[in-house]
Design a protein around this ligand. Structure first.
Ligand SMILES: C[S@@+](CC[C@H](N)C(=O)[O-])C[C@H]1O[C@@H](n2cnc3c(N)ncnc32)[C@H](O)[C@@H]1O
Length: 303
């Protein structure tokens, strides 16, 4: 058995304080069980030189294991422990874009970025497609997407992302962000905006954008597809075919600022009512073997 340890991202400590290590142990536990065949042992927080690490043991780490570990939401640096010394192991994250895709946007009501990544990782690891992470472009739905924190993380992985939010202003602001980001970074793209009409009346808007991290991929048609639209989430099957999504990841509304709304646009503070109405619709568009993971925010908000 060899011992390993990883250093937690400094930002995680600031945001979650005490909870960060526990969350990381939990996330690694899911990865271990669902993907790494329970080959990691004794996962626990440990202080080395006064700094917090997550330590574990394993017979060995294959290249593929390191690739999975590299995408943990809290990992900063990974080491093998030999004779009490830390030997660095190079991380190989799946990330296809610069970090600022995730960090630039700042607004009230934004879901914490690290927590969003953890939700995506844990959800994906729990689907039947978890072993295909590096082989295929996944398609993920955030059915309450706000201004796109989950969608950005999905795109960061080079996957297709789809978002629905009832608030047209959120979709507008997100489109603005995406369009500016792609232009500023000189990322080749094709963006289409359109109105959603019902009986000739405009009831919402959507945008669809295809882009690729490199010009070569864009030219070859190996593009990432990102869509976001304003609509009541319970209407998801009107916009998307059955079995469209590999997984659903979302942050449920809470309180007044992001209160859940019925189709009549009434503000309600009952996310459970929204869930009850939306789950059958979400199930219809989710692939068999996909999994929906939701965060319920009560008084102990983590953002
Ligand atoms: C907690 S926020 C999501 C924030 C998002 N993750 C972000 O970082 O921008 C929940 C979102 O649910 C949306 N929402 C509430 N009821 C809805 C409904 N019936 N259909 C679609 N979206 C809804 C709200 O407008 C809000 O943007």
């Amino acid at each position: 058995m060899t011992d390993y340890a990883f250093l937690l991202l400094p930002a995680m400590n600031k945001v979650y304080a005490e909870a960060s290590a526990q969350l990381s142990v939990g996330e690694l536990g899911v990865l271990n069980e669902r993907i790494l065949g329970n080959r990691l042992r004794d996962i626990a927080e440990e202080r080395i030189g006064g700094v917090r690490y997550i330590r574990f043991a394993a017979d060995s780490l294959e290249e593929r294991d390191v690739r999975y570990l590299s995408n943990l939401s809290s990992i900063y640096a990974l080491f093998e422990i030999a004779d009490g010394l830390l030997r660095p192991i190079e991380l190989r994250p799946i990330d296809r874009f610069d970090d600022d895709l995730i960090t630039i946007q700042k607004y009230q009501g934004k879901t914490n970025e690290h927590f969003t990544k953890l939700l995506l990782n844990v959800t994906f690891a729990s689907t039947s497609f978890a072993q295909e992470m590096f082989e295929r472009r996944m398609t993920i739905l955030d059915p309450l997407c706000g201004r796109g924190t989950t969608l950005n993380q999905v795109v960061m992985y080079g996957w297709n992302a789809t978002g629905i939010d009832i608030d047209e202003r959120d979709i507008e602001a997100y489109e603005q962000f995406v369009s500016t980001y792609l232009k500023r970074k000189h990322i080749k793209h094709d963006l289409q905006s359109s109105a959603i009409r019902e009986k000739k009346k405009q009831v919402g808007r959507r945008f669809d954008v295809d882009f690729a991290p490199t010009k070569e991929e864009f030219k070859a048609g190996e593009t990432i597809h990102l869509t976001a639209l304003s609509a009541d989430t319970t209407l998801a099957p009107q916009f998307f075919k059955a079995d469209s999504f590999d997984a659903i990841v979302t942050d449920l509304p809470y309180g007044v600022l992001h209160g859940s709304r019925t189709s009549q646009q009434e503000l309600s503070r009952r996310p459970l009512e929204l869930l009850e109405a939306a789950l059958p619709a979400w199930k219809m568009v989710l692939k068999r073997g996909g999994l929906a993971l939701l965060r319920f925010l009560g008084t102990n908000r983590l953002t």
